[in-house]
Design a protein around this ligand. Structure first.
Ligand SMILES: [Fe+2]
Ligand SMILES: [Fe+2]
Length: 334
């Protein structure tokens, strides 16, 4: 009889996917693994250390169903418990309480027999998909530009059929299925009888900040503004990569008055914002889930997709719930 697939097999699969960057032996949490990184904005008590691999759970535990997601939340834990998920793989690093509804992660997930694994920086750079989706080949890649870890810079030539900024916007809209997200939002507005709902994927669509849809694009400098890329880096990267005509910002973006946009204009470059972080589940989550499924064909792999919406205070909940909230607020909270 074939032995059951275990958490250990899942850790092994993540190690293959990441090219050997996962912590595979117990206790090997420090030392030479450069993907064990502590992230800190120097806000006291708020740092977190990324530990690629198993975070909570018994390595010998058999698994049948695995959920892949971007960020672990209390909703994700509840959904995992209720839908028979044995292990969750979160892309973004997890921390006690922060990713488990304010309570201890271990006591919470143990309750539902759910193991937690994470794979963040150890996964980054393992496939060229984000550049591909935006229409270039990322022929040059530096994951620590100007010696800043995580300051990713790609430079690439456009792919066949991508000739203008408009082509880039059309390309990401079609891959991301923006029409479906728009239709969902319109349906939700009708069902909830609330016209003022906003949803991330729809309101953070691609946007041109310098240039027009007809502006010619042939060589792209692809940056991630939240990782520390600054105007000095832009000027240097342009010198190092002559022929660049377009700056592409993805995952995060900048407002039109940002220094990076001013710099791009001064250098005669187009500036375009591509997919936001809210779509990383499509850019990175789906390839990660597919890779797990290919390596472990005997288990079920599902994707936990977030859908963040903004509702006006008066548009949230039904009349009964609104009356309840007003009662609590007036009589106890103010
Ligand atoms: Fe990521
Ligand atoms: Fe991310």
């Amino acid at each position: 009889m074939k032995q059951a697939t275990t958490i250990k097999d899942l850790v092994q699969a993540l190690d293959i996917i990441s090219g050997g960057r996962v912590i595979t032996s117990p206790g090997a949490v420090t030392g030479s693994n450069p993907f064990v990184v502590t992230k800190s904005s120097n806000i006291p008590g708020k740092a977190v250390t990324e530990m690629p691999g198993l975070v909570v759970g018994d390595p010998e535990k058999p698994i049948q169903k695995v959920a892949v997601m971007m960020t672990l939340t209390e909703s994700a834990i509840e959904l995992a418990g209720a839908s028979g998920v044995d292990a969750v793989v979160a892309h973004h690093p997890v921390a006690d309480a922060a990713n488990s509804g304010g309570v201890l992660m271990k006591t919470y997930v143990d309750l539902y027999k759910v193991a937690v694994l994470e794979l963040h920086e150890a996964f980054h750079g393992r496939h060229p998909g984000i550049a591909y989706l935006h229409g270039h080949d990322a022929a040059f890649a530096d994951i620590a530009y100007s010696h800043i870890p995580g300051n990713i810079l790609f430079v690439g030539n456009t792919l066949k059929g991508v000739n203008t900024l408009g082509d880039m916007l059309d390309r990401i809209d079609s891959f991301m299925g923006v029409d479906t997200e728009k239709a969902l939002l319109e349906a939700e507005k009708k069902i909830r009888d609330c016209p003022d709902i906003e949803e991330t994927a729809v309101c953070t669509r691609g946007k041109i900040l310098a240039g027009t849809p007809d502006s010619i694009v042939s060589k792209i400098m692809h940056i991630f503004p939240h990782t520390g890329f600054n105007p000095v880096h832009m000027e240097r990267a342009l010198k190092e990569h002559p022929g660049v005509d377009t700056v592409l910002a993805t995952i995060s973006r900048v407002f039109p008055d940002h220094d990076l946009v001013k710099k791009a204009k001064a250098l005669g470059l187009n500036f375009i914002c591509g997919n936001s972080h809210a779509l990383e589940i499509m850019e990175n989550g789906l390839p990660l889930a597919r890779a797990i499924q290919i390596l472990l064909p005997e288990i079920d792999v599902v994707i936990f997709k977030e859908r963040m919406t903004s509702l006006p205070l008066n548009g949230f909940g039904n009349d009964k719930l609104q009356a309840y909230a007003t009662d609590m607020a007036k009589n106890y909270l103010t």
